[in-house]
Write a protein that binds this ligand. Structure first.
Ligand SMILES: [Ca+2]
Ligand SMILES: [Ca+2]
Ligand SMILES: [Ca+2]
Ligand SMILES: [Ca+2]
Length: 507
């Protein structure tokens, strides 16, 4: 929408006062919305670690942070933010010389690029001791060989991708083939100018994004086969531009997070569907709070968190991004944006989480009038929002045989009534003999004659497990049937459909 200054607008079209008011209102709304969108940017949470010489960092599904320490032959591992980001330990001692990049796949396998040997070293999950699994690769330009790996990425397959500075390409590996079977590689430097690859990530459609750390270079998109599609973010220092971005990470909404190294800031760009529009930018040059000096790598973690390797400040910084309501769900995918709902629970699977859904179970009854607000019952004859109460496991079972004067002294079963529970269970026992009916009366302690069409319900003891005691001696010859039904708490609904019956005879 195009909003002109209100006064100018009124001066131009004085006759249309109502139209002007409407446009002004619409513009006010648009501005309010823009304000909300800006608020959903980045927030500084703190410095996680300092005194480091970090390479390209990674996180795992549990939120741990992996920081390759260039030159030291180690990858430091920090715990999740929830656990205080404390240093858990390191991996690679004796196996690594110059770890330049790390990636952790969805099976928690750890891959470390060793720039000193042009190889990728594989370790098992950190929680099971990160055991050494092997070293693959050698310097060279053929498939399976590599030069100067500066960044690693994984996809859900899981496959492994390496950005090679020396060969100016991205190479894809399939670890399932053993020995890191190389699948294909594609060059990233054409069209020029483009420096060696530094940032590498894949969106949810498995398209590649590659950036270069060279001043004046852009961010490029390649299709799933590695064919160049377009430059998606151009070089420069204005909002919407990057300058030698060394770190990239696509988020679950396929938006791009960028460590904009030359501009000492981080930025969020919309997805391909959103035209890579700039959504938020954060940071200025320096070494204080909210400042960066050559941010070189970034990695998302659960809880709407983003770790940034602030390289020239020798530190790792934790940011929160796109989470204005601070509930740990990025607002782009938050099922109640603007309302803190950490659990994101959404019973009916619609677009609104329970916290902001007036009808959590989607059964058409608003929560305030729905005693079973989180169940959408299949069978709800009285439309009270709760599944109709049912009785089962009725005993004695049908076709049991009894002798006169020795009938079943105990009738029992189970009952249930949705989440509200059973208030009581009622039982009706009838004897039919020569076309006449007699019903069990607990008050009288015997069968009393009555209409065959009008059951005489008596109350059983218990609820979800219940029983009724009768007198064995009161059973005369005839054919009997027992019915039982449960009465639901809160609304008093009575089990209506499929009331179970047991039929037996006394001879
Ligand atoms: Ca949120
Ligand atoms: Ca929320
Ligand atoms: Ca819902
Ligand atoms: Ca409901």
């Amino acid at each position: 929408m195009h909003c002109v200054p209100r006064t100018a607008h009124l001066r131009k079209i004085p006759a249309s006062a109502l139209g002007g008011l409407l446009l002004a209102l619409a513009c006010a709304l648009a501005l309010a919305y823009a304000g909300t969108a800006t608020a959903a940017g980045f927030e500084w949470e703190g410095v996680v670690a300092s005194g480091l010489n970090p390479g390209s960092i990674a996180t795992d599904a549990a939120g741990r942070v992996y920081v390759p320490q260039r030159g030291a032959g180690l990858v430091y591992v920090y715990d999740s933010a929830r656990n205080g980001n404390r240093l858990l330990g390191s991996i690679g001692s004796g196996r690594l010389q110059d770890p330049s990049a790390v990636a952790v796949d969805n099976r928690l396998t750890i891959y470390v690029a060793d720039a000193a040997r042009d190889a990728i070293v594989t370790f098992g999950s950190f929680i099971t001791g990160a055991e050494y699994r092997g070293t693959d690769g050698v310097g060279g330009t053929a498939l399976g060989q590599m030069r100067g790996v500066s960044v690693l990425a994984t996809d859900p397959e899981p496959r492994l991708y390496a950005g090679e500075q020396g060969n100016q390409r991205v190479q894809a590996f399939d670890p399932a083939r053993g020995a890191l079977g190389s699948l294909f590689a594609f060059g990233v430097s054409d069209p020029p100018p483009f420096g060696p690859p530094a940032g590498l990530t894949l969106d949810s459609s498995n398209r590649f994004y590659v950036s270069s750390g060279s001043a004046g270079s852009d961010v490029r998109m390649f299709d799933t086969r590695g064919i160049f599609v377009a430059t998606v973010i151009g070089p420069g220092s204005a909002v919407g531009q990057v300058d030698g971005a060394r770190g990239l990470d696509a988020d679950p909404a396929s938006r791009l997070l960028v460590a904009d190294s030359g501009n000492d800031r981080v930025a969020l760009f919309d997805s391909a569907a959103g035209g890579f529009a700039p959504l938020a930018v954060f940071g200025t040059s320096g070494s204080g709070t909210g400042q960066f000096n050559n941010p070189a790598s970034l990695a998302r973690a659960p809880g709407a968190l983003l770790y940034v390797a602030d390289a020239a400040n020798s530190r790792i910084v934790r940011l929160r991004y796109d989470d204005a309501d601070h509930d740990g769900a990025i607002d782009a995918l938050d099922n109640c944006p603007g309302l803190p709902n950490t659990d994101q629970v959404n019973h009916d699977g619609d677009s609104a989480g329970n916290a902001c859904d007036d009808d959590d179970d989607g059964d058409g009854l608003p929560d305030a009038a729905d005693p079973c607000a989180t169940t959408n019952p299949l069978r709800d004859l009285n439309r009270d929002g709760c599944a109709d109460p049912i009785v089962r496991a009725l005993s004695p079972k049908s076709r049991a045989n009894f002798r006169a004067g020795r009938g079943p002294a105990r009738v029992s079963g189970r009952a249930q009534a949705d989440t509200v529970g059973v208030a009581r269970v009622q039982v009706a026992i009838v004897r039919r003999s020569s076309g006449r009916c007699a019903w069990w009366s607990s008050r009288r302690g015997r069968f009393v004659s009555g209409s065959c069409e009008r059951p005489r319900w008596v109350r059983a003891r218990g609820t979800s497990r219940w029983h009724l005691t009768t007198a064995r001696s009161s059973y005369k010859r005839g054919s009997y049937s027992i019915r039982a039904r449960a009465v639901q708490r809160v609304t008093g609904a009575v089990g209506q459909a499929a009331v179970p019956q047991s039929r037996f005879s006394v001879r």
